[in-house]
Write a protein that binds this ligand. Structure first.
Ligand code: FFI
Ligand code: NDP
Length: 515
């Protein structure tokens, strides 16, 4: 029997960010391995015209939860959606709900965050710092609380090259930042943002670092642990391989590349692609919840959930395998044939941006105009290139994360727990994982049917023929223009023609002799 699974049985668990990528997988695993848990409280806000209940209903009816329904048929009764908005100071939770949360919660998993890189500092501070502070305040009033698990990111200290499982302080105290957000206006915040984030690339990594400081400073008597995952990708094994439901991290770029929009990127092929499957992160998170509650470590432990130091893969290898999977299972209705050029040189990358991205977009828009349709490709391309430019920081550097605590925890688990809550990334076969990831993107994000693969291959063949035809036509036009304008080009042309003529005559002469 798994000790971790048994630990969660009968427990009341509070999850923030349960409607997010990681939160859904966390809930799924909890219900599947501990169907006897008492209740999972989730803090949800209405979104996109859906009420909180409708959102929960949609999650439970998704493919991800199919196995759960077999193991835990009354899953609907065990989920309690609580209306909450982390943008509000008191989370806008009703009095009765708050009372229930405070008196019943045993474990908290705090996953909610804004993960947008370019979020306004005020909003990023509210979600990633102030909301964390408020949740800690709530936690301190929960008599039955056994553990508080905070999800941070391995990139919260991406301004460093080697990162240990410790909290690195930021120059300005989080409390001062929180206070200043209350009275500074947006214009001044915009002005000071670059100075505050310093050598970090964006407000996301900066506010996640501040969030960790808040956790350290406000932990009081709580049993707290922090988990720092690197780039979270599709599921590796559970509940099935390749599941993914948002465009963050590499998923969006896999789509852009598979559809032929993105054909080159400024990336260092040898830099470590520190990807980590979402089910690995969830397994570690649940193991940490158990360990923190049962063993009550004296200080707040930080766990790196990374792959680079145990089983490294680089961007070059990843790009190669992504392309190889496109060959086997191409995406439907591609704009151009997929390609994956990685260049670390800025000038080369700007050249490819002009030739491989902007020029085809302009030509396509010209074609749309000619056929009486609204041009849109240049706009799409500009947006994509903006997104890519924000991700470039992470694909041109390598980091070293120490994983002592994570390895210590692995050694503390029973063989059964090591199997059920496997977070040993050394067992991951990258080629297989990346192939499943790309197929998952096709199935679960693009909702494409595998039966459409022959048609998609046919479409790529047509695109290849158009590409050859276009290049030949372009060459002939360019050559014709050159000949008309340059004596030198004319001389070269006559030289080639006379050379070919002589060459052919030489072979023709002996054959005539024989006859
Ligand atoms: C030749 C190439 C071959 C390639 C082959 C393939 C091999 C793989 C290549 C390897 C490279 C891997 C790089 C990984 C680096 C990750 C590092 C993470 C490190 C930290 C990890 C963390 O700790 S935390 C989670 C990370 N946090 C995000 O990852 C949020 C990012 N995101 C935003 O910060 C906002 O999204 C941003 C961008 C501001 C736009 O903001 P914005 O306001 O302009 O627009 P929106 O957000 O509304 O999105 C506008 C449209 O871009 C679409 N889109 C959104 N994200 C997208 C995305 N990642 N890739 C594509 N497309 C994306 C979206 O679906 C919309 O599409 P549409 O217009 O059709 O609806
Ligand atoms: N994905 C990744 O690559 C990595 C993620 N992480 C960390 O993991 C955690 C989970 O990330 P992930 O699941 O990928 O992120 P998602 O963006 O998928 O999920 C974010 C969650 O936070 C919730 N949320 C955001 N704003 C509010 C709000 N105002 N009120 C209530 N809920 C809110 C979202 O709810 P809603 O659905 O309503 O928007 C959603 O459930 C985050 O802490 C992130 O920093 C760390 C490393 C890498």
């Amino acid at each position: 029997m798994s000790m971790i699974a048994a630990f969660y049985s009968g427990k009341s668990i509070l999850i923030t960010g349960a409607t997010g990528f990681m939160g859904k997988v966390l809930m799924e695993k909890l219900f599947r391995t501990s169907p006897d848990l008492k209740v999972i409280y989730i803090l949800v806000r209405p979104k996109a015209g859906q009420t909180t209940q409708q959102r929960v209903f949609q999650i439970l009816n998704s493919q991800l939860f199919q196995k759960v329904k077999e193991v835990c048929p009354n899953v609907h009764e065990k989920i309690r959606a609580i209306y909450a908005d982390l943008n509000h100071n008191d989370f806008a939770i009703s009095k009765e709900d708050m009372q229930e949360l405070l008196s019943c919660t045993n474990i908290i998993f705090h996953c909610a965050a804004t993960v947008r890189f370019d979020d306004h500092l005020r909003h990023a501070v509210q979600l990633n710092v102030t909301a964390t502070q408020q949740l800690l305040l709530m936690a301190s009033q929960m008599p039955k609380l056994e553990a508080f698990i905070h999800i941070s990111t391995a990139f919260s200290n991406c301004n460093l090259k080697h990162i240990d499982e410790v909290i690195y302080p930021c120059p300005v105290e989080p409390k001062k930042i929180i206070d200043s957000m209350e009275w500074l206006d947006d214009a001044i915040i915009d002005e000071i943002t670059p100075k505050l984030i310093g050598d970090r690339p964006n407000t996301y990594t900066y506010t996640k670092a501040l969030g960790e400081m808040v956790v350290q400073q406000e932990s009081g008597n709580l049993n707290i642990a922090i988990i720092r995952p690197s780039i979270v990708g599709a599921t590796w094994q559970e509940p099935f391989p390749g599941w993914v439901d948002n465009l963050n991290g590499p998923s969006g770029l896999i789509i852009a590349a598979g559809k032929g929009f993105l054909r080159s990127i400024r990336a260092t092929p040898m830099a470590v692609a520190d990807l980590i499957p979402v089910d690995t992160v969830v397994n570690l998170t649940l193991a940490v919840g158990w360990y923190t509650a049962v063993h009550r470590p004296k200080s707040t432990l930080i766990y790196h959930c990374t792959s680079g130091n145990l089983n490294p893969c680089n961007w070059g290898k990843m790009g190669f395998q992504v392309l190889a999977t496109f060959e086997k299972a191409p995406f439907e209705k591609a704009f151009r044939r997929p390609n994956a050029d990685f260049t670390s040189n800025l000038i080369t990358s700007q050249y490819w941006n002009a030739v491989s991205h902007r020029a085809p977009a302009i030509i396509y828009d010209f074609y749309l105009r000619l056929t009486g349709r609204k041009p849109r490709m240049t706009k799409v391309m500009n947006r994509l290139l903006r997104t890519v430019s924000m991700l470039e920081y992470f694909v041109n550097r390598s980091w070293e994360w120490s994983t002592y605590n994570t390895e210590m925890l692995m050694s503390e688990l029973s063989p059964e727990d090591q199997r059920v809550f496997n977070f040993d990334v050394r067992q991951l076969n990258w080629l297989e994982y990346i192939e499943n990831y790309v197929l998952g993107v096709k199935k679960y994000l693009l909702k494409e049917d595998m039966a459409g693969i022959p048609e998609a291959k046919q479409h790529l063949k047509r695109l290849r023929n158009i590409h050859y035809l276009f290049n030949t036509a372009l060459f002939l036009i360019a050559w014709r223009l050159l000949i008309a304008r340059s004596q030198m080009a004319r001389n070269v042309w006559f030289f080639i023609v006379s050379f070919c003529y002589k060459f052919l005559s030489y072979f023709r002469a002996p054959s005539t002799l024989k006859v």
